[in-house]
Write a protein that binds this ligand. Structure first.
Ligand code: CTP
Length: 413
């Protein structure tokens, strides 16, 4: 099975206390071979079967074993662990662990992490056949099976460590890795190729001076991650923003508006949705010199001649116009007055499908903030206001884009 969807993904692995715990070490390896990052949390019983050091060495991260250990909790505790994980895999999931999940208990490091975790949990049960068949276990399994958040892989049947032959055998690590890939590949945007521009551009006039703006790329990266979380394959053409979390995203680093154009245009052919959030510098110095301009030579009031940079979004929209299979094109509009009117004019002028209007004068919106308030305008004049964290706004934007794509598909068929 193709496991490329695991590339750069963050997988939390919970190891329960059973003899099959040793197989979880192979699972770490299998997930890593496909490019996933793995962090491990263990129950105290699991730590009796396999030393946490094994998992620490394999995963490259400290292992969470003790909820009451102050240094573990301070370094990367159960809440951080839960937030970090895009998918949680529990292998082996023992009868005891399944019962505690059903009961909502948080009495050890793994149970507490699972309780704090909001995403999908892939359970790989393993136990003795009698324990598997016990009515209490079956009752717990029935509860979990009804909850879409919990998914199962296995157990298989065969010879168990206890000498019995029957069901309760942990699925092979390769099968569990396949199931994880399948789950991460699911989502409303599975198979959709998304291209996002984000961050500022820098237009250098000499090796040490440039024109730019305060964009941090936060909104664009939130949009990229939200698409990734819905199963899309995402490329971000990113201006200089410093260190960012690149997990799960293909990032193409660029500096100037021209670099951004050169990175975006050839990719349009393989793009289903383009979202242009970049704060592209509209001008560049007319002359770029290779040596630092000396103050004395330039004079006190050195004039700076400027040229317009390419409008990456307008060029992209123009390039795809009229194509039978063209990407949906979404722009942003940074405005300081008459926000919706100006944004609507931009939508029509640049030939976009949607525009996200941003009032950059607000202190809780725009450059560098963690929150945003936007109005999404479509070509028919429809408006949708969204407010919240940039992650929430990103999610709302994808709901709107999905609805528009759904309507377009329905109109064609
Ligand atoms: N954009 C772009 N390339 C440029 C300028 C803008 O791709 N050279 C894109 C931005 O990423 C955004 C949209 O165009 O999606 C609108 O950007 P904005 O700065 O609001 O508008 P401008 O087109 O620059 O117009 P103005 O500065 O006059 O408001």
């Amino acid at each position: 099975m193709d496991r490329s969807v695991l590339q750069g993904r963050r997988i939390g692995l919970g190891v329960g206390g059973g003899i099959a715990a040793y197989k979880a070490a192979e699972l770490v390896r299998a997930l890593q071979r496909s490019g996933a990052q793995v962090r491990v949390a263990m129950t105290p019983a699991a730590a009796e079967f396999v030393g946490p050091l094994t998992f620490q060495a394999l995963s490259g991260h400290p292992v969470l074993t003790n909820i009451l250990d102050r240094s573990q909790e301070a370094a990367f505790g159960h809440i951080d662990f839960a937030r970090w994980s895009e998918l949680f895999v529990v292998a082996p999931a023992t009868a005891d662990l399944l019962a505690r999940i059903v009961a909502g208990m948080g009495n050890d490091a793994l149970a507490a992490t699972l309780l704090a975790y909001r995403g999908t949990v892939l359970l790989a049960p393993a136990m003795n056949t009698a324990m598997w068949e016990h009515e209490a276990t079956q009752r717990n399994l029935a509860v979990l099976a009804k909850d879409a958040r919990y998914r199962f892989v296995g157990p298989g049947s065969g010879l168990l460590a206890c000498g019995e032959v029957g069901s309760g055998r942990l699925s092979e690590p390769e099968q569990i890795a396949d199931a994880a890939a399948e789950l991460l590949g699911e989502g409303p945007l599975a198979g959709t190729r998304v291209l996002v521009t984000a961050g500022p551009t820098r237009e250098f006039l000499d090796p040490v001076r440039f024109l730019s703006n305060p964009s941090t790329g936060k909104m664009g990266l939130a949009i990229a991650r939200a698409a990734r979380a819905r199963g899309a394959q995402v490329t971000v053409v990113l201006g200089p923003v410093g260190a960012v979390d690149r997990a799960g995203l293909e990032i193409v680093d660029v500096v100037s508006a021209e670099d951004m154009r050169d990175a975006v245009l050839p990719r349009l052919e393989h793009t289903d949705v383009l979202v242009a959030t970049a704060a592209v510098s509209d001008w560049r110095p007319a002359h770029r010199v290779d040596q630092k301009v000396k103050k004395d030579e330039a004079g006190a009031d050195a004039p700076l001649a400027l040229l317009r940079t390419p409008d990456v979004l307008a060029l992209a929209a123009e390039r795809v116009r009229g194509l039978a299979r063209r990407p949906l094109v979404v722009g942003f509009a940074a405005e300081t007055e008459n926000v919706v009117e100006n944004a609507t004019a931009k939508l029509l002028r640049k030939g976009l499908d949607l525009i996200v209007a941003n009032d950059v004068t607000r202190t809780d919106a725009g450059f560098g903030t963690d929150t945003n308030t936007v109005v999404i305008v479509d070509r028919a004049g429809g408006r949708l206001e969204l407010a919240g964290t940039k992650d929430e706004v990103a999610s709302g934007l994808w709901d709107r884009i999905q609805a528009l794509r759904g309507a377009a598909a329905a109109a064609i068929s």
